[in-house]
Design a protein around this ligand. Structure first.
Ligand code: COA
Length: 362
């Protein structure tokens, strides 16, 4: 008994996964979301505003996507990093920790301030954090779920104690605001969300599991090809200066994306529930990536969930890609929609294709 106690103490102290008398003892921590935060730019763009730029209507947008308005960043004021930092400051405050306690940072975005370096180091600078590691994630609409899953692994294995996970996007400047780009430009918006993920000794609460997938065969079905090093090199793009070159703009095969999204969302939610011996009846709150209200409603119907079991805010913000889940999560917390011990399911699908889920006992 004494030896056993000593071994457990050593494991806790050093956080090892080790073998004692041929028995593999796997000592892992749990990670818990300690604080949430969000920030959206002030500039509200209604569907009506878009009708002045392109051939569209409020009815079409609402009927197909559920979106009523979205936020657009203001040039010279908002950057992906400074919005992410504002969200992060709120998350740190809500986590009731000092920023010096953060020992790693993960930043998910498809719209970085610079081609390189990524927003991770820029956020480290703006937040004046210690010289901690900063990692950038490029997984589009699944970016936050991927980032949270990576953070969870680092915490579970004992490498870090408090990880700041940010998802932020400024997508509006890259959208084709003409009738040519209307199927994409009415959907996307700008914003930022963040969480502080922290080590916890309570293995009954926190992230239970995460599940990540990709299918690169569909990479071009939802993509922005330029500027990249495959299609045209930057000097060619500059020389051509061709307004008809749509490779600068995001392209989306909307119906194909929709069909894949509803299948993959359902699969990855089921995968998460099964892994933890849970059923759809156990879900207290599903927070799907805010891709399209019709997709969320399809999932809700498929899993026979009530309105109170599914969180949607796409009506206000549109699809904010990597920021959508952390904004929704922060609003859900703010509105008292999540109670201690609730089962919270995060699920995302997007460009890549990539998709994933995170199952949390709050
Ligand atoms: N306003 C008015 N008409 C529009 C429009 C707009 N903003 N965008 C497209 N249309 C038109 C099309 O040009 C087409 O016209 P046509 O029949 O004369 O050719 C018609 O509406 C139907 O277009 P279609 O693309 O088939 O519409 P849809 O019913 O598939 O809806 C989406 C389009 C984009 C809303 C829908 O496909 C969708 O939501 N897909 C998933 C998108 C998504 O979730 N993306 C993010 C994943 S992370």
């Amino acid at each position: 008994m004494k030896i056993y106690k000593e071994i457990v103490f050593l494991l806790q102290k050093n956080n090892y996964i080790c073998t004692y008398q041929n028995i593999k003892i796997n000592f892992m921590y749990t990670s818990k979301i300690k604080g949430t935060g969000y920030y959206v730019p002030e500039n509200i763009i209604t569907n009506e505003d878009l009708t002045k730029l392109m051939d569209t209507t409020d009815e079409w947008i609402k009927e197909r996507t559920g979106i009523e308005q979205r936020r657009h960043a203001t040039k010279g004021k908002d950057t992906t990093t400074n919005m992410g930092v504002r969200a992060a400051q709120m998350a740190i405050e809500n986590a009731k920790i000092d920023k010096s306690e953060i020992d790693f940072l993960i930043f998910a975005t498809l719209s970085p301030d610079y081609y390189f370096p990524g927003c991770g180091v820029l956020a480290q600078k703006e937040l004046n954090l210690n010289t901690i590691g900063a990692l950038d994630i490029r997984n589009q609409c699944s970016g936050f779920v991927y980032a949270l899953s990576v953070a969870d692994q680092f915490i579970k294995t004992g490498m870090y104690k408090n990880i700041l996970v940010i998802g932020a996007e400024i997508q509006s400047p890259a959208l084709d605001m003409t009738t040519r780009g209307r199927n994409v430009s009415v959907i996307f918006g700008d914003g930022a969300g963040a969480v502080v993920l922290s080590r916890s000794d309570n293995n009954k609460q926190g992230i239970l599991s995460s599940h990540l997938h990709s299918e690169g065969v569909h990479a071009e079905e939802l993509a922005m090809i330029s500027p990249g090093v495959t299609n045209k090199w930057v000097p060619e793009l500059i020389k051509e200066n061709n307004p008809d070159d749509t490779s600068y703009y995001p392209y989306m095969n909307g119906q194909f994306v929709f069909k894949n999204a509803v299948v993959r969302f359902s699969e990855v939610i089921m995968e998460g529930l099964k892994t933890n011996n849970l059923t759809k009846e156990d879900i207290n709150l599903l927070i799907p990536h805010q891709a399209n209200l019709r997709i969320s409603q399809f999932i809700q119907q498929k899993f026979q969930l009530t309105d109170s079991q599914v969180f949607n805010n796409i009506q206000k913000y549109g699809n904010t890609t990597a920021a959508s889940i952390p904004i929704a999560l922060a609003e859900a917390v703010e509105q008292g929609r999540i109670k201690e011990n609730d089962l919270v399911v995060l699920a995302a699908f997007g460009s890549g294709f990539t998709w994933g889920s995170v199952i949390i006992r709050w």
